[in-house]
Design a protein around this ligand. Structure first.
Ligand SMILES: *[C@@H]1O[C@H](CO)[C@@H](O)[C@H](O)[C@H]1NC(C)=O
Ligand SMILES: *[C@@H]1O[C@H](CO)[C@@H](O)[C@H](O)[C@H]1NC(C)=O
Ligand SMILES: *[C@@H]1O[C@H](CO)[C@@H](O)[C@H](O)[C@H]1NC(C)=O
Ligand SMILES: *[C@@H]1O[C@H](CO)[C@@H](O)[C@H](O)[C@H]1NC(C)=O
Ligand SMILES: *[C@@H]1O[C@H](CO)[C@@H](O)[C@H](O)[C@H]1NC(C)=O
Ligand SMILES: *[C@@H]1O[C@H](CO)[C@@H](O)[C@H](O)[C@H]1NC(C)=O
Length: 336
């Protein structure tokens, strides 16, 4: 199978992914290419809005374009596949606002270019979105770097022309720009659930990249109670071997692009650590921060009657039991 591509030559506003705009009265040439090797006497067919218009050479020209020439063009070479559609717009105004890229994602640089008909002299070009003026210059282009979703808007360019014997005239064109999500808001998860003292727990930071941007490199970081526990790196997982009660807390993760243009943080997830074989909870305030904490317990029900047992009958177990573990050394080995 072969891939057929359709290219637009010499349009006023040409973008790479199959769209172009010209003014009425101008000419434009479309060319049809195949990626495969030479074929003898290939036959070319041209279509506009799915209707066959002509069988011709590898190029197709429109002279002195009229508004009706606008539409979706495709071509076909012999018995190969049809090319993707190329959308040609023919404007009868004086100004064309052209934006690139066609699909804008968070972190991209959005380029807006304001074209005008040949032969007019222009005083000023004004770019705006909503009622806000972005830029006023003579160059006719504006670059919005590292856009985010708040840049989704209708953009307008307005040109002021000076014509001889007349007042300057204003002409404008608008385009709706949608900034798409590069990757989804991250979600943090952990397993196993529930977590018991001594488990190896893996926290995972999940996000999805937009399909056309699937090659983008992302970095992940993990936090417990806002403090960083794993710096930004390639791994979307953070593992704690042999968890202890002090590992419990509110975990969040963050995802960013390698150059830190876009960064998103997950909601917090509360990780509680269940103590083995006991029903009572670990008394707070014991142990020292950062130390391994060992608890002992007194099973009241097992104590002989008439002994020094506490009077409160509702407690069968006063303290939780946790096997004391050395967590400094072999802890991380449990993770692989
Ligand atoms: C042409 O492109 C198609 C689709 O990408 C691919 O399958 C095919 O191998 C290509 N042919 C050549 C000769 O490069
Ligand atoms: C347009 O340019 C002319 C000559 O350069 C100048 O006199 C005039 O004030 C300009 N008009 C506007 C609206 O900027
Ligand atoms: C989105 O972009 C605007 C304009 O550059 C900026 O003021 C704002 O802080 C950005 N928002 C986020 C969440 O990065
Ligand atoms: C950041 O990286 C992305 C792709 O990884 C690239 O498209 C973008 O232009 C870069 N931005 C800056 C400001 O370097
Ligand atoms: C967890 O921490 C995040 C970030 O500091 C905070 O927004 C969230 O409310 C916390 N969640 C809980 C359950 O404490
Ligand atoms: C804990 O493990 C480390 C590394 O295996 C070892 O060097 C250290 O002596 C151990 N500490 C105790 C109290 O066993």
């Amino acid at each position: 199978m072969s891939l057929v591509t359709l290219m637009l030559l010499s349009a006023v506003a040409l973008s790479s992914a199959g769209r172009g705009t010209i003014f009425t009265g101008e000419s434009v040439t479309l060319s049809c290419h195949m990626n495969s090797t030479y074929r003898e006497n290939p036959a070319y067919s041209w279509y506009k809005d799915h209707q066959k218009i002509v069988e011709d050479k590898w190029i197709f020209s429109i002279q002195n374009a009229r508004s009706e020439d606008g539409g979706d063009y495709t071509c076909e070479i012999s018995d190969s596949d049809r090319s993707d559609a190329l959308t040609l717009r023919v404007s009868d105004g004086h100004v064309i606002l052209h934006s690139s890229p066609i699909q804008v994602y968070e972190g991209d640089t959005l380029t807006l270019t304001c074209h005008h008909r040949r032969g007019y002299s222009v005083n000023a070009t004004i770019f705006s979105n909503g009622n806000r003026i972005l830029e006023q210059n003579r160059a006719g282009s504006v670059y919005l770097r590292n856009v985010n979703k708040t840049a989704t808007d209708t953009y307008t360019c307005r040109k002021l022309f000076t014509l001889s014997y007349e007042e300057p005239i204003k002409e404008e064109d608008s385009a709706v720009i949608m900034v798409k999500e590069l990757f989804s808001d991250p979600e943090i998860k952990f397993s196993p659930y529930p977590v018991t003292v001594g488990d190896a727990v893996t926290l995972t930071c999940e996000t999805r990249l937009a399909l056309p941007k699937a090659h983008t490199k992302l970095q992940f970081a993990f936090y417990r109670n806002v403090l960083n526990v794993q710096e930004f790196g390639q791994s979307s997982q953070y593992c704690v071997g042999s968890v202890q009660p002090r590992d419990s807390g509110n975990y969040t993760c963050a995802v960013r692009t390698e150059n830190d243009t876009i960064k998103k943080t997950s909601r917090g997830i509360n990780m509680e650590i269940r103590v083995k074989d006991v029903t009572a909870s670990v008394p707070p305030g014991n142990g020292h921060d950062g130390d391994d904490v060992c608890y002992s317990y007194i099973d009241v029900s097992a104590m002989p009657r008439g002994s020094l047992a506490p009077s409160a009958k509702s407690y069968s177990v006063l303290y939780s039991a946790v096997k004391c573990q050395n967590t400094t050394g072999p802890r991380q080995e449990m993770c692989n």
